[in-house]
Design a protein around this ligand. Structure first.
Ligand code: PMP
Length: 427
């Protein structure tokens, strides 16, 4: 038994899929103490869009540390926060004609979701929230109430209240008009469900299985919220910060949410940070009503400013489209033909290989484990974890991208080969 098994709680999870002890990481590679190196198609669950120890961002953080800049600042005025706010406004909000106020939260994604839900309820004076089947918004009680996974909900130990789950268009697309259903729920005096304060959604459900909301659907969702006086909250925690191409993933639908939640890659360096963006008229907070000690991670602010400058300097968005197109081609032309039941979904640099049509329950796990053996880290998402998720750093080189894809090909081929003639295989 190692110290992790003897000392660390059973709740540990990623380390069970990636059991090495990691000592070093650079760009898109992680190194284990055994000397083995891994390509990273996991990217800190979306917190490392700019790669590990990105030189540009690191230099700014190191310089700040060496200058004895404030490292912890609650919500005091600091130069690090001042520069971040100015640059965020100049580089992100103003060019998009977006007018949002910024709330700094406790440092994780779930903290920002909590703040967003609390604010929406206060603004509207209603307690209900609509979320979607397949949604992931975090593990603290308020966010967990809006998270659909019954395994995670089951661990709450208490009621998770006041959230209704609506069908997400993925999977219902051609058979069922989910917006019409929402409309019926909101207008039928016998729907049994009160009008909510807000609808919270992801433009692409990442943990839910790489389920992408169609553009038309998002536009209709925005209109529906306007029609009924409901706030629209967009959770950009995983797919924001350029993951799908544009900085905000909702830009694809040309909509403006009332509240936006950002975390993970906003700090640029994997340091904890999260923010809520709210339309100015929604900022009805009184001072200190929603507070917390770790709302001022100054190193994260320095990293965040550097990340914004860095992505602007290398035209990251265009780069993501270019690399994403390569991945799309690879998945559709090389992976999909391996078996007719494989379904490919995704955009930008977040992709899923859905093997759920296989009757062999452990197929996705075997593919991910084989990738790991071959030197590639990736995770599984979706119902019963049956979707292999490809999410490399956005800064990955084309050669590394191809190298990782070659491993995926080998792993998928080998695992399907094993079951090809078996009675377990596919519909
Ligand atoms: N929202 C989304 C869409 C997420 O993917 C996550 C994390 N996977 C969260 C919220 C919660 O973020 P955190 O784990 O930092 O609390």
């Amino acid at each position: 038994m190692n110290v992790f098994e003897t000392m660390e709680s059973n709740v540990r999870s990623y380390c069970r899929s990636f059991p090495d002890v990691f000592v070093k990481a650079k760009g898109s590679r992680i190194y284990a103490e055994t000397g083995k190196s891994f390509l990273d198609f996991f990217a800190g669950a979306g917190a490392l869009n700019y790669g590990h120890n990105n030189d540009f961002i690191k230099a700014k953080i190191v310089a700040y540390l060496e200058s004895d800049g404030m490292s912890h600042g609650l919500d005091m005025h600091t130069s690090a926060k001042e520069v971040f706010l100015s640059r965020f406004s100049e580089l992100i909000l103003q060019p998009r004609n977006l007018s949002y106020k910024v709330q700094f939260c406790g440092p994780t994604g779930t903290n920002a979701v909590e703040a967003a839900l609390k604010l929406a309820r206060r603004v509207k004076g209603r307690t209900g929230i609509f979320s979607f089947m397949g949604a992931f918004h975090g593990m603290s009680l308020g966010s967990l109430a809006a998270t659909s996974n019954l395994y995670h909900r089951g661990a709450a130990g208490t009621d998770l209240d006041r959230v209704h789950f609506m069908p997400f268009p993925q999977g219902f697309m051609n058979s069922f008009d989910t917006i019409q259903y929402l409309e019926e729920v909101l207008t039928d005096g016998h729907s049994g469900i009160e009008k909510p304060a807000a609808i919270i959604f992801e433009t692409l459900q990442a943990e839910g299985g790489i389920n992408e909301a169609p553009i038309e659907w998002m536009k209709k969702l925005r209109e529906l919220c306007d029609r009924h006086g409901i706030l629209l909250i967009c959770d950009e925690v995983q797919v924001g910060c350029g993951r799908t191409g544009p900085f905000f993933s909702f830009e694809r639908a040309d909509i403006v949410p009332d509240i936006v939640v950002l975390s993970k890659s906003i700090s640029g360096y994997g340091l904890p940070m999260s923010i809520v963006l709210m339309k100015p008229e929604l900022d009805i907070w009184n001072p200190g009503e929603h507070t917390g000690t770790f709302r001022g991670n100054q190193l994260a602010f320095v990293g965040a400013t550097a990340a914004l400058e860095y992505s602007a300097s290398i035209s990251l968005e265009a780069d993501v489209y270019r690399k994403g197109e390569n991945v799309r081609q690879f998945l559709n032309e090389v992976i999909a033909p391996i078996h007719h039941s494989i379904v490919i979904r995704g955009m930008g640099l977040i992709w899923g290989i859905d093997v759920s049509a296989s009757k062999h329950d452990s197929l996705s796990k075997e593919i991910a484990s084989r990738c790991y053996e071959l030197g590639l880290i990736l995770e599984r998402v979706g119902r019963d974890d049956k979707v292999i998720k490809l999410m490399p750093p956005l800064t990955i080189s084309m050669e590394e991208l191809e190298e990782g894809c070659a491993i995926v090909k080998q792993a998928v081929e080998e695992c399907y080969e094993k079951y090809k003639a078996s009675e377990y295989l596919l519909a």
